[in-house]
Ligand binder design. Sequence first.
Ligand code: HEM
Length: 506
Amino acid sequence: MFAESVAALLVTTVALLWLLRRSFLLPLPPGPRGHLFFGIPSTSLKTEPWKTYAGWGVQYGAPILCFRVYNRLTIILNNHTAAHDLLERRAAIYSGRPMSWMFHVICGRGPAVFNISGLDPRHAVYRRLLQSGLGAQAVKDYSPILEDEIGVLLRGLRETPAQFERHIRRNATAVIMKVAFGYSVLDDDDPFISTADESSKISGWAMAPGRWIVDYLPILRFVPAWFPFAQFQRQGAEWRKTLEFVSDVPHNWVKAQIAAGTNIPSFTSRLLKPGMSEEEEDIVKWCAGALYAGAADTTVSALISFIMLMALHPSIQFQARDEIDANIGRLPRVSDLDRLPLLRAILKEVMRFAPVGNLALPHQATQDDVYEAHRIPAGSTVIPNVWAILHDPELYPDPFVFDPARFFSGSGSASAGLSARAGQPDPYAYVWGFGRRRCPGIQFAEPALLLAMACILHTFVLQSAEDVQVEFTTGITSHIKPFGVRFTERWPDSQVPTSKVFSSDC
Ligand code: HEM
């Protein structure tokens, strides 16, 4: 008996040692190692880093890469299998967010939905509230808001088409401010319009790898702002004010409206209950703020890409317009969208060709792990290279060709002339992110985008110069760099009364 116990102990010890040895001795995934102390210079990641990562994938012949900036490790997942295996199948240990001392602590954004760790109990509460507030039923309730705001958008495009970006941005902000807070954006100078754009830029700057010394030496967060080298404290304090404006002002505005009995139903007013604890109210505030932060810049990027790509591809534009004319025959409404399969395929192709988030958002490994004989240490930042996946020629032949037929197998006039390439993987598996951090706004974003797309094509013909070079901006969300698009009205005033075209009742 004694001998058996000793043998069992020995076997267990050897097995444990073997396992430990295996994971400690396994190499990190391949990738550029850079300088012994500094690692990779962060300046090399300033412009379109997704292309740099894809290039490294070819150079090192591996779909999963590793590099270091100072003392922080980043793992890049350059293909769909690695992204799926780690971020979906092992979501339990890949749902963290990398700590950004600059953004989370100095700018005060730690508790935000986007930033909170997947292990924090608040994460599950946030997700539950967002899913119920953005689910199919909620979207039905918000349809009148979408339809009303489309009227304002079309009017703006008609009056000052050259400013189409400004109109699109106004529309995205107005919709989400109404949904989240019941707040009406009345004019283009509303502070929430410019702040949406600014907040998104601040998030990108504050989380840029290698930019803030405090991210690599967190002890520096205690250095006072007046200290000569503490520029990060001064900049952080300024950004904090802008970001707090976005979360606190509308929340307090809803509370004041409720107290005065003048509130209109919104995500926030539905969730705020008398006698709520401070903690519960704080959760509501961060969730509503996440609607604004999640929706405002992303939908702008997708819609602007759509407009530019339609202007560059008139034959696809006209087929989509024919589908709208044949299946609906008037200004579309939310309830009509299921009758526009070609338009949905176009949206998928816009999001594949010009992804809104080329690197989604970074996840963090919360435990040591081993993948394909490589070690992934706990605490590593894990980035899915969505751009590389969506431009992988094995998944999407001729990936740099804009071709909605990849996702359209319909028949009839709308499909005439489209190449028979349907059946390529649905880009929605990647463009919305992965696992437990996947975008909770999908059910809201898709109809909002489709409605705007359908109404724009119903109302205007879009044209651009032919020799335009499509280029992209770098940021958490990426945009096609703007070029001129001409909007020609399909229904001159004399034929269709304005109120008929632009009212949501028609
Ligand atoms: C074109 C539109 C949109 C795209 C492409 C998009 C894409 C994404 C992506 C890639 C992520 C990160 C997922 C990950 O970490 O794996 C994300 C997260 C998120 N999105 Fe969206 N999104 C869009 C619209 C929206 C809208 C309309 C809302 C809300 C109304 C929203 C709310 C959020 C929130 C709250 C998160 C954070 C989830 C978390 O960290 O747990 N998004 N989105």
